[in-house]
Design a protein around this ligand. Structure first.
Ligand code: ADP
Ligand code: AMP
Length: 219
């Protein structure tokens, strides 16, 4: 069923990503790590210093949840509160659209940090079906720290973020989802020699120094 849907979706992927890919194929870095590992913080720093566009799967889903005409608002809301991974058909479409729009506005913007994706096997299948051959995944930037650090940071963030999932109950589920579903995806990329790991338990500046070393080396 899901493969059928994805194939249909794939057939429809038109246009801009495909056409732009003929000119300059999107270059993608997947950014992964536990909830609160600092993915968003470091992506912001990367964008300030390198020519990357930051696309956060979580931010795109939250924006879609808030869009008045969205048919998926309630579904996304319940998945996020439960720390579960939203069905890939929704997420991949949002990512594809955001990439298309970015490249449509400025064809020089073909480098993307895709933050919080692929988070599970379903995400990976969706990417392969819809985007394989249309974008080039350079490597996975992996922010590694303990679950305790992740939980402490999210609870701290929760004091002002207004996020429905920065609370202990949601966090326990998010950590489980991360360990059970996302870590195996990171291991899979590790076997392909595609993971660049950063110790995310240090302060923001120190972590960013290590990120810079990786990006400067990768070009
Ligand atoms: P993620 O995108 O991985 O969920 P964020 O970048 O939103 O994580 O960071 C989660 C929280 O932790 C934020 O409140 C952020 O300010 C804080 N934070 C991020 N990186 C660090 C760090 N290296 N040291 C301490 N706090 C951090
Ligand atoms: P984040 O902002 O990355 O912490 O993500 C918050 C929540 O959004 C997650 O707990 C999931 O419910 C959902 N989400 C984020 N990224 C994805 C993804 N790649 N696939 C499905 N759901 C996602």
């Amino acid at each position: 069923m899901i493969f059928h849907l994805l194939s249909r979706l794939s057939a429809k992927v038109p246009s801009v990503v495909y056409r732009a890919a003929l000119i300059m194929k999107p270059q993608v870095v997947f950014v992964l790590g536990g909830p609160g590992a600092g993915k968003g913080t470091q992506c912001t720093r990367i964008v300030e210093n390198y020519s990357y566009t930051h696309l956060s799967a979580g931010d795109l889903l939250r924006a879609e949840r808030s869009r008045e005409a969205s048919e998926f608002g309630q579904l996304i809301d319940s998945y996020i509160k439960d720390g579960k991974i939203v069905p890939v058909e929704i997420t991949i479409n949002l990512l594809r659209k955001a990439m298309e729009e970015t490249m449509e506005m400025d064809e020089k913007k073909f480098r993307f940090l895709i933050d919080g994706f692929p988070r599970n096997e379903d995400n990976l299948q969706g990417w392969t079906t819809v985007m394989e051959g249309k974008a080039n995944v350079k490597f996975v930037l992996f922010f590694d720290c303990t679950s305790e650090v992740c939980i402490d940071r999210c609870l701290e963030r929760g004091k002002s973020s207004g996020r429905t999932d920065d609370n202990r109950a949601s966090l326990e589920k998010r950590i489980q989802t991360y360990l059970q579903s996302t870590r195996p995806i990171i291991s899979l990329y590790e076997k392909q020699g595609k993971v660049r790991t950063v110790d995310a338990s240090y302060g923001v500046d120190e972590v960013f120094n290590n990120v810079k070393a990786i990006l400067d080396k990768e070009g």
